[in-house]
Design a protein around this ligand. Structure first.
Ligand code: 3UK
Length: 513
């Protein structure tokens, strides 16, 4: 997309200082409950933290700093401060326990952590296994250590450290459904590139927009959608304290939000809670993290009059690389490559396959996978192309249609069946609230298609309903794809980033046979 960033670049200068320098310091940057920070306010908080990091905590350029907090204004400021001071922000999901924190701590050799005062206990425990962690500084509470240090005189100004555009500024860990989590490294220029590609060309938001959403800021989906995209254009972010569907609706209504980022499940859940609510401020609704079933797209559009903007992103790619602006949406397809990115479908040997044939998705563009010292780099990146692990097909018009995660394909009696296709079909049935479809071991067929179904409120799961769901699938898609086994469950296992844990469902299916 003709991106050319100057060789010396600190992305925080572009995302934050520039707005103040250009006379827009009075614009709203952050809203959380009753807190309102202008760009000038946010700049001062960031500068104070950056001074504490460098003058009191011994941080130098290139040091990695762990950040642990929910989606709070101080978390945003801490991210920006670490990066402004030339450091590398290493974010971890707030819900991680000591055992899960030790790995990223050790892997990224972290000596310093900034941590929400409510979340220090697990970090203290993790220290036993990660003795390199010399210092934990708490923030966010009355009399927290960080705020006390920030109040020192002369701390209100801080000149951004002169970093290179390809200096690492972020290490984001994947959620690690298989094996240890992987640390993905991203440069200063990457933080701007996602804004200048997806933000400018697909989202097309304006400085008067207000952004909100549910993904954690430790997840690049949340960091981009809630922080980087609005800041690139001087818009505001609204950070709800909790991120359930009702909390999102509250935030939209109360703060007149216009752009929302969340996952398909959350849109489905919000649909049941819209009665009597005023969400007229909303213009743009982005769905990512998991495949967006057509039933969800249709239901949202019927109820709100708005399309959902599907987009596939990955921690390795930093953000969304296939999507469609509202005027080019094809319901059911993810979209076309975001301007600046290229995508193609290849076979197991890396050869291009014909349009209409499912194969492995390969992408390349201004951002890409750089694992922190991990041999799996050679699996994800082949010949400069990122192999995301998804099976997709491209149609004759160049639109990309999601099939499944490559390792989630169900092979039943010789047929390849994509669980998400069966899920999308089940979701069209009025009784179904959520579902997950996996292969269950079967001596005759190798695997059978098994559906775990969460029913809508007030519906009871019995054999008649199971039969009706099977008939519904047979009548809608190729009959061999119908779920031979259906189990009604109260909830589905989800990862920290809200994705269905197919691995856990497969394990359940295995244990039950
Ligand atoms: C899956 C999708 C179908 C796909 C992410 C937006 O999800 C994000 O990053 P993760 O590293 O997972 C990546 C994988 O998730 N996926 C994501 N979006 C879609 N599958 N349709 C979609 N729209 O398997 C992908 O390989 O957790 C999403 C922005 C930033 C992100 N990190």
């Amino acid at each position: 997309a003709g991106l050319a960033y100057p060789e010396r670049l600190n992305c925080v200068v572009e995302l934050l200082d520039r707005h103040v320098d250009e006379g827009h310091g009075g614009r709203t940057a952050v809203i959380a409950n009753d807190l309102h920070w202008s760009y000038a306010d946010l700049t001062e908080v960031v500068n104070r933290i950056a001074n504490v990091l460098t003058r009191d905590l011994g941080m130098v350029s290139g040091n990695r700093v762990l950040l642990r907090a929910g989606n709070t204004p101080m978390m945003v400021a801490a991210y920006l401060a670490v990066i402004k001071a030339g450091g590398v922000a290493v974010a971890t999901m707030p819900m991680l326990r000591a055992g899960e924190l030790a790995y990223p701590l050790r892997k990224a050799r972290i000596a310093l952590a900034l941590c929400d005062h409510r979340l220090t206990a697990e970090l203290e425990t993790a220290r036993v296994q990660a003795p390199e962690l010399a210092r934990i500084v708490a923030f966010g509470g009355a009399g927290s250590e960080l705020e006390a240090l920030m109040a020192q005189p002369g701390y209100e100004d801080f000149t951004a450290v002169d970093t290179a555009r390809d200096d690492v500024c972020l290490i984001a860990f994947t959620s690690g459904t298989t094996g240890e989590p992987k640390g993905t490294m991203h440069f200063h220029q990457d933080m701007l590139a996602i804004c200048d590609c997806y933000g400018a060309r697909v989202l097309k938001a304006s400085p008067d927009d207000r952004f909100t959403g549910s993904p954690p800021l430790a997840f690049t989906f949340g960091l981009g959608g809630l922080v980087l995209f609005p800041m690139r254009i001087g818009a505001a972010m609204v950070l709800p304290e909790k991120a359930g569907p009702a909390d999102l609706i509250d935030a939209i209504e109360r703060h007149k939000v216009s752009v929302v980022f969340t996952a398909p499940t959350a849109y489905r859940a919000m649909l049941d809670k819209l009665d009597g609510r005023d969400i007229a401020s909303l213009r743009t609704c982005v769905s990512a993290g998991e495949a967006l079933p057509k039933a969800t797209f249709d239901a949202w559009q019927a109820r709100t009059g708005m399309p959902l903007l599907d987009g596939i992103g990955a921690t390795e790619m930093l953000h969304i690389f296939i999507g469609a602006p509202r005027e080019a949406i094809r319901p059911g397809a993810t979209g076309t490559p975001v301007p600046g990115y290229e995508a193609k479908i290849v076979d197991a040997e890396g050869r291009d396959v014909a349009d209409g044939t499912p194969g492995r998705l390969a992408v390349r563009g201004p951002t890409g996978c750089r694992y922190l010292a991990d041999p799996r780099q050679a699996v994800y990146v082949l010949d400069g192309w990122n192999i995301t692990g998804d099976t997709y097909l491209r149609d004759a018009d160049g639109y990309f249609w999601y099939q499944a995660r490559s390792d989630d394909m169900i092979v039943s009696a010789g047929y390849n069946i994509a669980g998400p296709e069966v899920e999308a079909c089940l979701l069209m049935h009025e009784a179904v609230a959520e579902c997950g479809v996996v292969g269950a071991p079967c001596p005759e067929r190798g695997q059978i298609v098994k559906a775990y179904v969460v029913l809508r409120e007030g519906v009871t799961g019995d054999t008649t309903l199971a039969k009706a769901l099977q008939e519904h699938v047979k009548a809608s898609i190729a009959p061999y794809k119908y779920p031979r086994a259906i189990e009604f469950v109260a909830a589905l296992p989800k990862t920290a980033t809200g994705k269905l844990q197919r691995f856990a469902l497969r394990q359940m299916a295995q244990d039950e046979t």
